[in-house]
Ligand binder design. Structure first.
Ligand code: TRP
Length: 342
């Protein structure tokens, strides 16, 4: 059966490089899983693994297959309803139209546009020169193709991806102007935040360095709670979290980023942060967060161990077949517009 993208599309990709952490879980995965559980009658939900994006920076290629499969298990364990027909789960490279459209979009993208991307600039500052690939430079164009092939309107991404989303809108409008209506332009970041509730723009921060987001590129790992951490390991990291020397618990990203981060984590995991506001003892808040995170990890890890790999494989085969049809339809429109097809 041909998948027809009649309903608006909500789409996001979650990279499979290293272990996922609760920043990825709370910030990126949970919003789309919630949508898939509560709004699937009104929307198509696309959650894919951007495997081609995985080696824009150097990785261990021997582990990529495992990492992809593990990501998919995490989706299932987080409660993504795999049995629902309007939830599509796929691997980017299994839909070759992503690569094809990227090339076409590349030819309408300015060098300067890509050079200005702050994520690119941050990454090249961290990497040695010979490890900066053209793929890394090109990363946002592939991301635009990921979104535009499916006409996605809503794209829940972290704050660090906002610029890539803006580029996606720009390139879509540019081609629509030149060739007529080829693409659905995704909503701007502000509207995305409205749609997903304002927490969506939030980012979970590194526990040791709350000025930075929790990120797998952070060296020590002490400020990161991995989904594979034991409750005891996570508890230690939380009890050692960097806070501030002010005297009471308050929400304030500016002056109290560490404490505010803990309040956010507690709230997103279903705890009650408000009872700690105004308290003088940070230790009580930390203890509550550690307990809540510990319970969460225990439940999550049990669910992860119970995931049925066969169910995932069947879902992938189904979704990838349907997504190839949708993506190829859109690609053909573009190929015709640019003169590659009669
Ligand atoms: N760049 C995203 C990230 O690192 C992952 C991603 C790739 C993505 N393609 C996408 C997210 C398309 C949303 C839509 O978080």
């Amino acid at each position: 059966m041909k998948a027809i993208m009649g309903k608006p599309v909500i789409l996001t990709g979650l990279r499979a490089n290293n272990d996922l952490h609760i920043g990825n879980y709370l910030g990126a995965l949970l919003p789309i899983v919630d949508m898939a559980r509560s709004r699937v009658d009104d929307y198509h939900i696309n959650l894919f693994v951007p495997d081609l994006h995985s080696f824009t920076t150097p990785i261990d290629h021997g582990q990529l297959q495992d990492a992809i499969m593990q990501n998919l298990r995490v989706f299932a364990a987080a409660g993504l309803p795999l049995d629902h027909d309007d939830v599509y789960v796929y691997r980017q490279s299994y839909v070759p139209a992503h690569s094809e459209l990227t090339w076409i979009l590349d030819c309408f993208t300015g060098m300067g546009e890509m050079q200005r991307m702050t994520q690119f600039k941050d990454r090249i500052a961290q990497l040695e020169a010979e490890r900066v690939s053209v793929g890394l430079f090109n990363y946002p164009v592939l991301m635009a193709a990921d979104i535009l092939l499916y006409g996605a309107q809503y794209v829940p991404v972290g704050e660090d991806q906002t610029q890539h989303l803006e580029f996606t809108r720009d390139i879509a409008e540019r081609l629509n102007k030149k060739f007529g209506d080829l693409f659905t332009v995704p909503e701007p970041a502000r509207k995305q935040h409205e749609f997903f509730g304002k927490d969506q723009g939030l980012r979970i921060r590194d526990l040791q360095n709350p000025a930075r987001k929790m990120s797998k590129s952070e060296e020590s790992g002490k400020g990161i709670i991995f989904l594979t951490d034991s409750p005891a390991e996570a508890g230690q990291k939380i009890m050692a979290a960097e806070t501030d020397s002010l005297s009471e618990v308050q929400y304030d990203y500016e002056s109290r980023p560490g404490v505010t981060n803990l309040l956010d984590i507690l709230k997103l995991l279903g705890g009650t942060p408000n009872e700690f506001i105004g308290q003088a003892k940070y230790g009580l808040l930390k203890k509550a967060v550690a307990d809540r995170v510990g319970e969460f990890l225990q439940t999550f890890q049990k669910q992860l161990a119970a995931v049925d790999d066969n169910q995932i494989t069947r879902k992938l085969e189904n979704s990838e077949r349907q997504m190839n049809e949708v993506a190829n339809d859109r690609l053909l429109k573009v190929q015709k517009a640019v003169g590659l097809r009669p």
